[in-house]
Structures are given as C-alpha cells and as structure tokens.
Write a protein that binds this ligand. Sequence first.
Ligand code: SF4
Length: 62
Amino acid sequence: MAMPYVDQDECIGCESCVEICPGVFHMNDDGKAEVIDGASGDESCIQEAMDSCPAECIHWQD
Ligand code: SF4
C-alpha cells in the first residue's frame, strides 16, 4: 500500500492535509504535519491532500 511522507523542512504548518485526511496526517509538536504511524489511508484522500498542499511537500514513498 502506498504511503505518503511529509518533507518536514518544507511544511508551513497550514493544517490543510490534516483537515482533508485526518486519519493519515496529524500535526506534531513542532507544528509540522506528519504521517500517523501505521496509517492506512484512502489513496484518493491522500492525493487530494497532496494536491492541496501549498508547500507541495507531501510525496509518495517508494
Ligand atoms: S498541507 Fe502541506 S504545508 Fe500544510 S500542513 Fe500539510 S504538509 Fe504542511
């Protein structure tokens, strides 16, 4: 199953991905989004979050 990751250096903490896909992303203590451990996301939801990310910092992991 494809999993996303967030480039922490690029994330601006807008929380858009968390709003779109709360089962997959959450905000960490540094105010950056990260993928929830063991998240099994709906790919269309993840893709939507990716497309909506203003910093374009969500990527698919190989
Ligand atoms: S949408 Fe992008 S910039 Fe906004 S919190 Fe998520 S990863 Fe960070």
